[in-house]
Ligand binder design. Structure first.
Ligand code: AHR
Length: 493
């Protein structure tokens, strides 16, 4: 058994944790949107206006704050007019990136209805790669214009008030293979006209995916983009994408288990670099960082299987550690969108016709949701370390056994802890400076093996268990089991 200490300072709250850090991403890819979310109103699968009831309930329970759509790579080949108007008249197209047919029965109206049913904000990514500023402006007018115009009449509903608009996706790759400076020019054109069309929207620019160190385009992308895009009034968020993999799906070694967590060191480094660049290039305006695609992407998830993969307990603990990291960067990270909501990559739920089960990652989002909107808390963690080799760094690095974040709302502290070791239980002294603890409650997500997954036959193999704590105290000693994720709620005196 290892030992650790966590000290929390409730009198030193920091930035508010943007609820959008707990956001999601749904692309027209494999069975994410079609089957996963949308089955159509005539389906035998229980649905409300074509949306699966089980999926709606799961997203509502999470208080999902924002969903990004329609891609991903799909976005830069998507022409929004194909997906509006009577469904029977919408054209069938090909989805070039994901090698499937696109029936267009799920379009802008359905996406906004989904968001309204869930209670989350819609985040639309416009087509830069094969589209035009005119097409993007028209889409925005269709969605948000409250006056009378041919486009607002086409909408036949109250304005949608879509607040977040991404200007292309992965512009260095499937979004048009631009150089950073060429994309900056395109960005200024698109953003100028989108801003003119609706001044209330928030614009998101494509940053790099700096985790892929083999691609030289990434090394200086964020710097070169910001350098060539001096108009601080045209940018609200810079996006970065990060996918992680170690080992084969559920078949990973203990070394690969540890290496996955070590990779968060480079994500932390990438956030720090972006933080410094944004502060340097836009000193008088706050530009947020949106990690608007992230998650574990196993090598088994390929185009042929619609990017479907096993979702293990390890992946869930990793999601908790990544979300802890975003909480700790609450002063810069304004949004993060797990890829992808249903069936695809590190999804929240898996469907098979009328059946659905939740993944271990779903439970981590549920256990963390009370951080949303709370103030990040100053903490100090002393814990054992292990050594592993993060992607893109030359040497092995020390990795803390515990990933921690804490927040404060009223008299309640939320403390979430990922035990990043495969085999070390960590007995931890938790001390709230200057305040006693009236009561403590919590849940732990754990299982015998970090390779464990939920299945239709055993949907709750990995499921959070309630923790019991006794009475009031000044200090708490709690053991965080190996490969686990724990959420504690501490009520102060
Ligand atoms: O999420 C799958 C794909 O990964 C997205 O379409 C793209 O943006 C990224 O490369």
């Amino acid at each position: 058994m290892s030992e650790a200490a966590i000290r929390l300072w409730p009198e030193l709250p920091k930035a508010r944790i943007s609820p959008n850090i707990y956001g999601h991403f749904a692309e027209h890819l494999g069975r994410c949107v079609y089957e996963g979310i949308w089955v159509g109103p005539k389906s035998r699968i229980p649905n409300e206006q074509g949306f699966r009831l089980d999926v709606l309930a799961a997203l509502k329970q999470l208080r999902a704050p924002v969903v990004r759509w329609p891609g991903g790579c799909f976005a830069d080949a998507y022409h929004w007019r194909d997906g509006v108007g009577p469904q029977a008249k919408r054209p069938q197209r090909t989805n070039v990136w994901w090698a499937q047919a696109e029936p267009n029965t799920f379009g802008t109206d359905e996406f906004v209805q989904l968001c309204q049913a869930v209670g989350c904000a819609p985040y639309v990514c416009v087509n830069v790669g094969s589209g035009s500023p005119r097409e993007a402006m028209a889409w925005l007018e269709y969605c948000n214009f409250g006056g009378d115009s041919a486009l607002s009449r086409m909408r036949d509903a109250q304005p949608y008030g879509v607040k977040y608009w991404g200007v292309g996706n992965e512009a260095w790759g499937c979004g048009g293979r631009f150089t950073a400076t060429d994309y900056a020019k395109e960005y200024v054109r698109f953003a100028s006209y989108l801003r003119a069309q609706d001044r209330s929207i928030k614009l998101v620019a494509c940053g790099a995916s700096p985790g892929d160190y083999r691609n030289p385009a990434f090394v200086s992308w964020n710097h070169d983009f910001c350098d060539a895009m001096p108009h601080a009034d045209l940018i609200d968020h810079l996006s970065i994408h990060r996918y992680f993999h170690r080992g084969k799906g559920a078949a990973f070694s203990d070394g690969e288990y540890h290496a996955l967590f070590a990779d968060l060191i480079t994500l932390d480094r990438d956030i720090r670099q972006a933080d410094q660049l944004l502060g340097y290039f836009y000193p008088d305006t706050f530009v947020g960082l949106a990690i608007d695609e992230w998650g574990v992407w196993h090598p088994s998830a390929v185009v042929d299987n619609g990017l479907e993969q096993e979702n293990t307990l390890r992946d869930a603990v990793f999601a908790g550690a990544a979300l802890n990291l975003f909480n700790r960067w609450a002063h810069r990270v304004t949004m993060a969108n797990l890829a992808q909501t249903i069936n695809v990559l590190q999804c929240l739920a898996v469907t098979d016709k009328a059946r659905m089960h939740l993944t271990p990652t779903y439970y981590v989002f549920d256990m963390m949701r009370r951080h949303m909107g709370a103030r990040a808390l100053t903490d100090e963690v002393e814990c054992p370390e292990f050594e592993a080799h993060p992607i893109g760094l030359k040497q092995r690095q020390p990795v803390p056994a515990l990933s921690v974040s804490a927040s404060l709302a009223g008299k309640r502290i939320r403390l979430t802890v990922a035990n990043q070791t495969v085999d070390q239980d960590v007995a931890t002294r938790i001390d709230v400076r200057g305040a006693g603890m009236a009561s403590v409650a919590g849940h732990v997500l754990n299982a015998g093996d970090p390779r464990d997954v939920n299945t239709f036959e055993e949907p709750k193999r990995v499921f959070p268990k309630r923790l019991k704590f006794e009475g009031e105290s000044q200090e708490l000693v709690h053991t965080f089991p190996a490969h686990s994720f724990t959420a504690l709620s501490i009520t102060l005196n």
